[in-house]
Design a protein around this ligand. Structure first.
Ligand SMILES: [Zn+2]
Length: 57
């Protein structure tokens, strides 16, 4: 009868910083090779752009 019992927590509510060693920036750029592999996170600077942004140089 009521929808107030819905959980307010979001599935992505997880603290993930850039995984580059020595970097403590927020990892807002995530990448996962498949659904079976946990997403890895990097900041914009350390995100492996080369793997799928080959047109830029
Ligand atoms: Zn970084």
């Amino acid at each position: 009868m009521s929808d107030i019992d819905r959980s307010p927590k979001a599935p992505d509510l997880y603290v993930h910083y850039c995984e580059h060693q020595g970097c403590d920036n927020w990892g807002s750029w995530g990448k996962s090779p498949s659904a079976a592999v946990a997403t890895r996170w990097w900041c914009f600077e350390h995100f492996p752009h080369k793997s799928f942004d080959r047109n830029r140089r």
